[in-house]
Ligand binder design. Structure first.
Ligand SMILES: [Zn+2]
Length: 227
């Protein structure tokens, strides 16, 4: 069994109809990105600062998952997930935000809903929870000569890779983390997967990391490598 998994929305569908996704609503205040400790360059998206207000795309409770995906932020998680995470002593989340404010759900205003949506928190996770083994992952960069830092490997333009293999000994023990130099933002441990399945956490897809392949020329950029 795989040791690490890529966390994605169910069936890889971020903006679908089975599960609600979130749109961030103005005013949207952005902070800074995380920085590589070696070269000082940005290695993440910009932090989303308060006030954090969202619209959920759907208004029925059966559409509200434990993981709420969207654009412009990493991931929202339910209070139920937070409780499970803490109870099971999982590691890797550096911050659960104050609850985000849900202003709308689908076509409805909050006052018109018969059931209130779950409390959702924005999470932040450890960067460099493990390092990608670029050779074993068969990474091909477009401009390898433009990689200015051998630590974060930002700037080379990723063309393809056949999977994500973690460098032996580089895993810090985090159960949810961003891998250094990987093509994804969120990876999780085997234990995280077991917990997610045991509690049936909603709107997730856990893809074995070594099968998560990347190809810049494909429409969706990534695919499952079953070879
Ligand atoms: Zn760097």
């Amino acid at each position: 069994m795989s040791e690490f998994f890529v966390l994605k929305p169910e069936e890889g569908i971020r903006f679908g109809t089975k599960w609600a996704y979130a749109d961030d609503l103005p005013p949207i205040n952005l902070g800074t990105s995380k920085k590589c400790p070696v070269c000082g360059k940005g290695v993440s998206g910009l932090e989303w600062l308060p006030p954090r207000r969202i619209k959920l795309s759907r208004y029925k409770s059966t559409w509200w998952g434990d993981f709420v995906w969207g654009a412009g932020f990493l991931l929202l998680v339910s209070a139920h997930f937070k409780q499970v995470y803490e109870q099971e002593n999982l590691q890797g989340i550096t911050n659960f935000s104050e609850p985000v404010e849900v202003l709308k759900a689908g076509t409805k205003k909050m006052a018109d809903l018969s059931v209130e949506p779950p409390v959702y928190h924005l999470i932040d996770i450890v960067w460099n929870g493990a390092n990608q083994d670029d050779v074993a992952s068969e990474v091909i960069y477009k401009h390898p000569e433009q990689i200015r830092c051998s630590f974060c490997r930002v700037g080379g333009g990723r063309l393809s890779q056949s999977g994500i293999v973690i460098e032996e000994g580089s895993w810090t023990g985090a159960d949810i983390f961003t891998p250094r130099a990987g093509p994804v933002e969120i990876m999780v441990s085997k234990r995280f997967k077991q917990v997610a399945e045991a509690y049936d956490l909603k709107n997730r897809w856990l893809i074995p990391a070594e099968k998560y392949a990347y190809d810049e020329t494909r429409p969706g950029l990534w695919y499952i490598n079953d070879q």
